[in-house]
Write a protein that binds this ligand. Structure first.
Ligand SMILES: Cc1cc2nc3c(=O)[nH]c(=O)nc-3n(C[C@H](O)[C@H](O)[C@H](O)COP(=O)(O)O)c2cc1C
Ligand code: SF4
Ligand code: SF4
Length: 290
């Protein structure tokens, strides 16, 4: 198993993760933290396997298989070794959302009941707080330390302390997992929760980016209108807005677009509840028993 690449390959097979963890635990004199690869469809399967093998903790994520670029003049991969390339490992801020999701998936899985060390794109104390809220009991920093040196850890500790003081929280452990119960499957989200975009014409600079974004890639519901003086302005047709957020993401002016919650007039209903009700109807059962 010492052969290069074997760790990454066997880390994708739950049975091997379980066996190797067990073997290591048989001889280990220190706690065993099993580091998991993100190059797998469902990281909870290998996380569960590590727990079954006796892991004291798990950590995630390692780097994501990637190819940085292709040189369009030489047609070589970037980087390359004498004209030949192989995949590298993607890391840093871009992988943070992937890592946070994987930590959250493990944290909300009752079969994964060991501490989780969160890794992936953590670059400041705010990122560390996010990982802890999503269930990590500790965090690790690689790329950011490579960029800024170990000093960044001191900055993170200072920022974290100030945050805890401001929130009146005694211990950093009290943060762990506080957002996990808010993290669910899409099928459990309320279909009738409605938010819409609202443009503040006082701060809008009429760059039109939101209009183009909604027109070309969303729901064509930002109208270009003229006021009494003939000056053009943008207005969202709220009945057609699906709250996709795209316009507010592309808007360059802070506060020019607010995403606001509006009453849909319908009771909360998730996709799963809707499917269950439809299934009951199909079977001739009243979905709302008297
Ligand atoms: C240059 C480099 C070398 C790495 N070497 C290892 C390694 O030998 N073993 C390992 O488990 N992870 C290794 N990693 C992965 C990091 O420990 C970390 O899991 C990953 O980079 C994500 O964290 P980050 O976004 O903070 O960099 C390496 C990462 C980089 C950038
Ligand atoms: S939130 Fe989406 S659908 Fe609504 S106006 Fe913006 S881009 Fe269009
Ligand atoms: S993107 Fe923002 S600033 Fe530009 S037109 Fe839309 S609301 Fe105004």
């Amino acid at each position: 198993m010492a052969e290069r690449g074997m760790g990454a390959a066997s880390g994708q097979v739950p049975e091997l993760v379980q066996k190797q963890t067990y073997w290591v635990k048989e001889v280990a004199k220190t706690p065993v933290i099993v580091k998991l690869t993100p190059n797998i469809t469902d990281i909870t399967l290998t996380a569960e396997a590590a727990v079954e093998g006796g892991a004291d903790a798990i950590s995630m994520i390692n780097t994501i298989n990637s190819l940085a670029a292709v040189d369009i003049d030489t047609w070589d991969t970037v980087p390359h070794v004498g004209g030949k390339g192989a995949h590298g490992g993607y890391c840093g801020p871009a992988v943070k959302p992937i890592a946070l999701h994987m930590v959250g998936e493990c944290a909300r899985n009752p079969r994964i009941h060991v501490p989780i060390s969160g890794i992936g794109g953590i670059s400041n104390w705010q990122n560390a707080v996010e990982f802890m809220l999503m269930g990590a009991t500790g965090v690790q920093v690689c790329t950011a330390a490579m960029h800024h040196g170990f000093r960044i850890v001191e900055d993170m500790i200072e920022g974290l302390n100030n945050y805890l003081d401001a929130k009146g929280i005694a211990s950093v452990s009290d943060l762990v997992g506080k957002s996990v119960q808010k993290y669910s499957d899409w099928g459990d989200l309320d279909l009738n929760y409605k938010i819409v975009a609202r443009i503040n014409n006082d701060s809008c600079i009429n760059c039109n980016k939101c209009h183009i974004a909604c027109e070309d890639t969303s729901h064509q519901c930002i109208d270009m209108l003229k006021d009494d003086s003939g000056k053009s302005y943008l207005k969202v047709r709220e009945e057609d807005c699906v709250g996709c957020n795209l316009c507010s993401i592309v808007c360059p002016v802070d506060g020019a677009i607010d995403m606001v919650e509006v009453k849909s007039g319908l009771p909360p209903m998730t996709w799963n509840e809707r499917q269950a009700a439809l299934g009951a109807l199909a079977c001739g059962v009243d979905p709302v028993p008297k």
